[in-house]
Design a protein around this ligand. Structure first.
Ligand code: GUN
Ligand code: ZN
Length: 440
């Protein structure tokens, strides 16, 4: 990729959250005639177009007026082998796993099937405006490598790892400890810190992991610098009860992961619907993040996410689509669903558009310990952005014509925005996606 030497100004109305709206007032920055000044893949300036143009008169100008720029969307919980199980409604977690998800995950043993799924998966991410994703790989080294390869080709930031389990699940999804250690070590050597890839140690959940398997996770985390960690936590009441039975020594579900040193910055726990105050306190204290997956929580009937309690405890939260228990790849939709469910939840939290944007972008960057590199348009960060332009005759276009201010526009983008609005996606300044036809 070659960049214009004198830099590029990308002109369009823009939104970002350089501050955390759960902690600070006026966290949203928006410019109706906005611009980013980009050089060598980095943002060097962000603000009003006229001022930026005067400051950088030699820059090439890309005029994207008519649409809107947002920081690249960040999905902090998604399963690549579950692309084809989307839409399996009507079950709770454990029966959904058994009947829908795990039979499909077993098919990833066949490499050609896994490769095709991986390519469709990264295409679906980018076409929804997602530039960074924390992804559950497959239970097989080959299929997980296929995801990393597809990630490399796509130019996206993919954080992923082979899914580890040694009990409960059907036999073909279980690994021996030696095999798990060997395959993960190999994948880390091949992919961790290659281009925009990172490796995340990924035990499926405590229910399918013996103490010996969690010990393998600890060893991997100790042996390699900069790994991330992901798993599930407190998603479903039956799951929580079963974990208590299997780990009688643990004070609570989180206590299982704590015991093996698997919490801390760069660790992301999905769901955390049924949590205690003690767990929230320890999550906040250790800098462990929680990926909130509202579509999945509703689809599986897992429960209302206690967002207010997470915020009050100081837990870092972000959004996850949780494909395939969720309802698709759209992080904008996930923001809307978070908003809707919080309107109904006992002791819910009324989320403003700036909260939604933060959860969809900077919150994800913080959760992944990438807050210095991505998540908003602060100068020095990578130029990751999504350009949204509603199709000409769409309802969203009509709503935006009438919107009085940028807050209303942002709310409308979360309410009605989907893949049909995603026109261009860039990661570190490079185009990784460009929608085919221009309008409608
Ligand atoms: N817990 C363990 N595995 C899974 C999974 O694949 N999806 C969800 N939502 N929860 C899980
Ligand atoms: Zn999940």
């Amino acid at each position: 990729m070659t960049f214009p030497v004198r830099g590029e100004i990308v002109r369009a109305p823009l939104f970002h959250t350089p501050r955390n709206p759960f902690l600070e007032a006026a966290a949203l920055e928006a410019f109706s005639d906005g611009a980013l000044f980009i050089q060598q893949g980095k943002i060097l300036d962000c603000g009003d177009y006229t001022a930026l143009q005067a400051a950088h008169p030699d820059a090439t100008v890309t005029d994207l007026r008519g649409g809107f720029l947002l920081p690249g969307l960040i999905d902090t919980h998604i399963h690549f082998p579950q692309l084809r199980v989307l839409g399996g409604l009507g079950k709770e977690l454990l029966t959904w796993l058994e009947e829908f998800a795990l039979p499909e995950e077993a098919r990833m043993a066949e490499l050609s099937y896994a490769c095709e799924t991986a390519h469709r998966f990264v295409r679906a991410l980018v076409s929804h405006g997602t530039t960074t994703a924390l992804v559950f790989g497959a239970h097989f080294g080959g299929a997980t490598a296929a995801l990393f390869q597809a990630g490399l080709q796509s130019g996206l930031r993919i954080v992923s790892g082979m899914v580890l389990s040694d009990r409960l699940l059907r036999p073909e999804l279980r690994q021996t400890h030696e095999h798990a250690y060997r395959d993960c070590t190999d994948l880390i050597a091949r992919f961790h810190r290659q281009a925009r890839l990172l490796y995340a140690v990924t035990p499926r959940f405590a229910l399918s992991s013996s103490e010996a398997m969690l010990e393998v996770c600890t060893t991997l985390m100790r042996e390699h610098e900069g790994l991330r960690f992901q798993t599930h936590l407190n998603e479903n009441r039956r799951e929580v009860e079963e974990v208590a039975r299997l780990f009688p020594w643990a004070q609570d579900y989180l206590g299982v992961y704590d015991r093996f040193g698997l919490t801390g910055r760069g660790a992301v726990m999905a769901h955390n619907v049924h949590c205690s105050d003690a767990e929230l306190e320890r999550l906040a204290g250790s800098g462990t993040a929680v990926s909130h997956c509202p579509c999945s929580n509703a689809a599986l009937g897992s429960g209302f996410f206690p967002l207010r309690r997470h915020i009050q405890a100081g837990v870092q939260c972000s959004l996850g689509t949780d494909v395939g228990a969720g309802t698709g790849f759209g992080i904008l939709k996930e923001g809307l669903q978070a908003y809707l469910l919080q309107r109904l939840a006992p002791e819910g939290f009324t989320l403003d558009p700036e909260h939604l944007l933060y959860l969809a972008t900077r919150g994800g960057a913080e959760a992944l310990n990438l807050g210095d590199e991505i998540g908003d348009f602060t100068p020095g960060k990578a130029a990751d952005f999504v350009y949204l332009r509603p199709p000409k005759n769409s309802t969203l276009a009509a709503v935006i014509e009438r919107a009085d201010d940028l807050q209303r526009v942002l709310a409308a983008l979360f309410t009605l925005g989907d893949a049909t609005c995603v026109r261009e996606v860039r990661v570190a300044g490079s185009k990784v996606y460009c929608a085919g036809s221009d309008d409608d």
